[in-house]
Design a protein around this ligand. Sequence first.
Ligand code: NAD
Length: 256
Amino acid sequence: SRTYLVTGAASGIGLATTRRLRSHGHTVIGADLRDADISADLATAEGRTELAERAAELSGGRLDAVVACAGALALDPVTVRVNCFGAFATLENLRPLLAAGTRGRAVVVSSVAGVHATDPAIVEAVLLGDEAAAVAAARAAVDRGEGHLVYSSSKQAVSRWVRRTAVGAEWAGAGIPLNAIAPGTVLTPMIRPLLDDPALRAVVDTSVPMPLHGHAAADQVAPLVDWLTGPENTHVTGQIVYVDGGADAVLRGDAV
Ligand code: NAD
């Protein structure tokens, strides 16, 4: 059995992943704002440090896999803080624990929204690692009425960060696969308010067309995370694995 750390473990995809892993006999240290083994706000520097310190304590200094699932959808700069800098801090700060574990693997949850229109200023600031500039760019987008670009930009930045980071010395060089999954529309508390409003639901379904099986349940996404973070995954790294009912194939056609 393996020892996992999962952020966003109290709800949605993180909760479904935690339940699946525990049902297979693995140990999961859950982190979230509340209702988890570790309570930490990943929008803040203090919360990110708290996560790393508590994870080291609770794991005894060794983790076999990390799943960075915590995320926010708000039309607000906090979305960039959590989705990008919170996730990157999770992966980077816990990487030494992974290196001490057995067949370390990591997954971060991106989104098919990363292929939607973005604000390049947000994406570029994130990829430069400049949180203050990324937050300022997100605030500017909100102020000019383009708050919808904040989430897509945060997720495109996550996907691009994974492609760059996975092949570096600290990950591939240390034998640790690092991948993103990019779900389409998944029935979780995050998306529920949008789907409950008929007009917003139409926007969601137009922007995320899912010809195969429609909206997913969180427990239809968890098996992919399970495999990518399991010992059988020896050569898949730096990938954005779309689990989206075909949305990426519809939206991006020939892009491979
Ligand atoms: P969810 O709201 O059910 O779960 C997200 C969890 O993240 C919550 O438990 C929340 O408390 C936690 N979280 C939010 N802000 C946090 C913070 N500052 N610090 C610590 N934890 C925080 O939503 P979900 O759909 O399960 O989302 C999980 C991931 O999947 C997110 O990254 C989301 O962007 C991504 N995603 C979701 C969908 C979807 O349709 N639901 C689609 C694509 C990607």
